[in-house]
Ligand binder design. Structure first.
Ligand SMILES: Cc1ncc(COP(=O)(O)O)c(C=O)c1O
Length: 463
């Protein structure tokens, strides 16, 4: 047996049987039959790949359901981490991929293909006014790296020293070097050693930070002023990169804060990039989440939900920005199989009006989650979200601290009841079901969260 196994999770635990029209739990968790596979994965993969999340062994997934091979079925509140906005294995997406395979074109380097042209057109058509071109890549991290490069290349056309990129604390932009340097978690980038001196961070405007009665715009002005006072010249700022909300908590920036960023960027010829890798493609009730702020993006980074499950990402921008770099291409740029899935995904999002559907369900979700908050006011500190993207923050010891132990236990209890949640590891419960989810399954899943929370609060915390 490899020595990186997680013994606690390798012991099947008897759990009550669950049988509803959306959930089925009929074996101990994890199922005894899953243990050899978990051991094999632990032996041949990094430990984090097997043990960061609950050991649910996926056999197949369809719509809002995930199935294992031993008769268990979960309602999926993860969308495979915000990828299957159109639902798992959407028939139109599968058919598009099948047709692409049957047509015998699965790779082209970046020689032109019809399917790539179609996808780029659909992306530009789906984007807010002002977006003119799409550059296709493979992962979300590549798109934020690309945004950094484009801001600097364009900045250097204005002045040699216009290189500075501003991001926010606690943000996430991916795990490659530039992406992780822009991301705002100090611990996560300790491995880099010497950090890029031209990447700076502003404090995220958390609602619980004590700052009197300042508006969002005033907070931005104050923090930007402090950053400039640390020795940065405004004219050297090439760009800003922000997620519309911080993923761990589904916590959006205040609208007037983002409007102030946009004004500052315009005043100083800096670009504003929105990292929509997680938030895009209808997730928050709009095609792109930054549309909630009513500001224009110079660059939009896309991934995850763009293609319903195969590796595809895109950078959207104006021609004058994307054409600044004559070397933009990549081995898998617009890979035909992924492009077929991407084009079908965009058609499904449009034809099934999935962003509108998410927006329509949002008030019911908010009302239901706020009822849970009212029932456990000492533990559910905040409910944040839009569309079908929600976060519950479980109150920890002091303001701004969250109860990680409790959120882990609630996540595990929910999974044992047939609701698949991601383990955020930071004290939040995050909801992100496919945008196609049946309304009764959505409400049933929220009931399970409430039930799991009540049970965990009734039992002592795990040491
Ligand atoms: C906001 C955001 N940006 C970038 C990324 C990185 O995407 P990828 O994992 O595809 O590299 C993620 C992934 O979770 C993300 O949520």
């Amino acid at each position: 047996m490899a020595d990186n196994l997680n013994p606690a999770r390798l012991t099947p635990v008897a759990v009550p049987r669950v049988e509803t029209s959306h959930r089925r739990i009929v074996t101990p968790q994890p199922p005894p039959q899953a243990i050899p596979l978990l051991e094999e994965l632990s032996r041949y993969e990094p430990t984090s790949m097997t043990w960061d999340q609950l050991p649910v062994v996926w056999d197949h997934a369809e719509g809002h359901s995930v199935f294992d091979a031993w008769g268990n079925r979960w309602i999926d509140f993860t969308s495979g981490i915000f990828v299957t906005n159109t639902g798992h294995a959407h028939p139109r997406v599968l058919a598009a991929m099948r047709a692409q395979l049957d047509g015998k074109l699965v790779h082209s380097y970046y020689f032109p293909t019809a399917v790539r042209a179609k996808l780029c057109r659909l992306l530009v058509e789906a984007a807010p006014a002002g977006i003119e071109k799409a550059f296709l890549l493979t992962t979300g991290s590549e798109t934020t790296e690309c945004a950094l490069k484009l801001c600097r290349l364009r900045g250097q056309k204005i002045s040699k020293t216009k290189l500075k990129m501003i991001a926010w604390t606690n943000s996430f932009h991916g795990k490659t070097m530039g992406a992780q340097t822009m991301a705002g978690r100090a611990g996560a980038k300790a491995w880099i050693g010497t950090l890029d001196p031209n990447i700076h961070h502003l404090p995220f405007p958390y609602p619980w930070d004590a700052d009197g009665k300042l508006t969002g715009a005033e907070r931005f002005e104050r923090d930007m002023k402090a950053l400039l006072a640390s020795g940065i010249k405004a004219e050297d700022v090439a760009g800003f990169i922000m997620e519309p909300y911080q993923g761990w908590a589904a916590l959006f920036y205040p609208k007037d804060y983002v409007e102030a960023v946009r004004r500052w960027a315009d005043r100083h010829q800096a670009l504003l990039c929105f990292d929509e890798v997680q938030s895009g493609f209808g997730r928050t009730g709009k095609m792109f989440a930054h549309e909630h702020f009513g500001v224009k993006a110079d660059i939009i980074c896309c991934g995850k939900g763009i293609s319903s499950g195969v590796p595809l990402s895109a950078v959207l921008s104006r021609a004058e920005i994307l054409d600044v770099d004559p070397s933009l291409n990549s081995t898998h740029s617009g890979n035909p199989l992924c492009a077929a899935a991407g084009a079908a995904t965009l058609e499904v999002l449009k034809d099934e009006r999935l962003a509108e559907r998410a927006a329509g369900l949002a008030p019911k979700v908010r009302e239901r989650l706020e009822r849970i908050q009212k029932r456990f006011p000492e533990k559910v500190g905040h409910v944040f979200g839009h569309g079908l993207l929600w976060g519950l923050l479980l109150t920890g010891g002091k303001p701004g601290e969250w109860d990680v132990n409790l959120s882990d236990r609630v996540t595990e209890a929910a999974v044992n009841k047939g609701l698949l949640l991601i383990r955020t590891g930071v004290g939040s419960i995050k909801l992100g079901p496919p945008l196609t989810i049946a309304e009764d399954a959505l409400m049933e899943g929220i009931d399970v969260i409430e039930e799991a929370l009540a049970e965990c609060l009734a039992t002592a915390a795990r040491p």
